[in-house]
Ligand binder design. Structure first.
Ligand SMILES: *Cc1c(COP(=O)(O)O)cnc(C)c1O
Length: 430
């Protein structure tokens, strides 16, 4: 496989872009080699500038659930662009978008559009603090909520201490307001809530994690969080930027039957354009300006192009008969094939999957349910597997600690080829 043009392009990019990329994971640092520069994408396939075609499981990190360049989305964008691309004034599409989100995720009664998942979580946290008049937030080790300062915090030493910044530029002052608990460990949360009684504004989590690889919440954990939040007057924020409209039409909250107080969204709701949103109980959302005192705004929020792509995508998800059943079938077929490879080759690994997101963990553990399980993975083995995959025409996330995404555009042929190539890669790794 020749990737000379990508190599040359990366050299050029590095001159004027930090690390040559506009988001660090794209640099392939954890798997080695150069990133591929992408020319185009269609359906389940992505093509680099050297004209190599790959079956794509990154899907722009989640948004492309319909596949790339879906004709309805492209048509909506053309139609919208001809009428101007931004007005800074209300449009009918924004109301339609809000209505549809509220219909698909019934815990949401009122919703504000923003421009990224990061903006959604930052704003939801400010709102939670404004509403509860409390400062602290509890997040979980291994969960990712974008790059807002409050979330770039790692656990301090000892289970019950305040966090410390995990990026220079995040102040100690910010870090002391973020507490870190352990995912799938309810006790770690309950003890923080006891220790910081009446001070915790919100608990935020990825209800199904994707950003440390796919991990499901136990019923005990997720139901316990809901109850603990209610008991302590703390808001429960589900960060469904990745899982929303992905693991089910109504997100992880539908699958686990939990009603969060606030939900953050992104990725799929933009249909491939930059969009985020946060919403929840009307009483809480009414604290936002201009109704209430909590300030949040955006020049391009609710942008017509973004609404056109997002609304077209969500409408298709909402109205296509059997969409999520078909997506589940495809995803289950792929996961079963990958599992069969592991079993037949007696290759150590764990596949975690919820709907159309999954991770193959390179580990000799029997299960992966926690951040410390994830940390036991063999990242070097993963990196080799990743590179073999690329050579076989499979484009998946260049990190062990990410999810892969199946779209409705993946054909049985694509999935079978992926299973076969995965087997070849595993055989080479033995
Ligand atoms: C991607 C992601 C974010 C951040 O969204 P951006 O659009 O990249 O800012 C936040 N939370 C979760 C769970 C995500 O997967």
């Amino acid at each position: 496989m020749n990737t000379n043009k990508s190599k040359a392009a990366f050299k050029e990019a590095i001159k004027h872009i930090p690390g040559g990329v506009n988001s660090p994971v794209r640099a392939f640092n954890s798997v080695g080699g150069n990133p591929l520069f992408i020319q185009s994408a269609q359906g389940s396939k992505i093509t680099d500038i050297d004209n190599n075609e790959y079956i794509d499981y990154v899907g722009s990190w989640g948004p492309m659930i319909l596949g790339h360049a879906h004709p309805d989305v492209v048509e909506a964008l053309h139609r919208t662009a001809e009428n101007g691309t931004s007005y800074g004034a209300p449009t009918l599409m924004e109301t339609q978008m809000a209505e549809l989100i509220c219909e698909m995720m019934p815990s949401i009664q009122s919703v504000r559009m923003v421009n990224s998942g990061t903006e959604a979580t930052m704003s939801a946290l400010r709102l939670a603090r404004g509403y509860t008049k409390r400062d602290l937030v509890i997040k979980f080790e291994g969960c990712y909520h974008g790059h807002g300062d409050s979330f770039l915090i790692k656990a301090g030493s000892g289970a019950l201490t305040f966090g410390t910044p995990n990026s220079p530029g995040v102040t100690k002052g910010t870090a002391i307001d973020t507490l870190t608990a352990k995912y799938n460990n309810l006790d770690s949360v309950l003890s923080l809530l006891e220790q910081y009684k009446d001070q915790v504004a919100a608990i935020i989590l990825e209800p199904v994690t994707g950003n440390m690889g796919v991990i499901k919440p136990t019923d005990h954990f997720i139901k316990g969080l809901r109850k603990a939040c209610t008991d302590h007057g703390t808001l429960l924020i589900f960060d469904e930027v990745m899982t929303g409209f992905r693991v089910a039409k109504g997100g992880a909250q539908e699958l686990w039957g939990i009603t969060p107080d606030l939900t953050t969204m992104g990725k799929i709701i933009g249909g491939g354009l930059p969009v985020g949103a946060y919403g929840g109980k009307k009483e809480i959302m009414d604290m936002l300006a201009p109704n209430g005192p909590v300030y949040q705004a955006g020049t391009l929020s609710g942008n017509p192009m973004a609404m056109a792509a997002g609304l077209t995508t969500l409408k298709l998800l909402n109205t296509t008969e059997g969409f999520y059943e078909e997506l589940e079938e495809k995803s289950a077929f792929l996961a079963a094939g990958l599992q069969k490879n592991l079993d037949e080759l007696n290759f150590p690994g764990v596949i975690n999957r919820v709907g159309a997101m999954f991770t193959l963990f390179f580990t000799s553990e029997k299960e992966v349910n926690t951040f410390s399980d994830v940390m036991k993975c063999d990242t070097e083995r993963f990196a080799k597997y990743f590179r073999l995959g690329l050579q076989g025409g499979i484009y998946s996330a260049p990190s062990q600690f990410e999810a892969s995404f199946v779209s409705i555009a993946h054909s049985t042929e694509d999935l079978q080829k992926t299973i076969d190539k995965s087997r070849e890669a595993l055989e080479q790794l033995i």
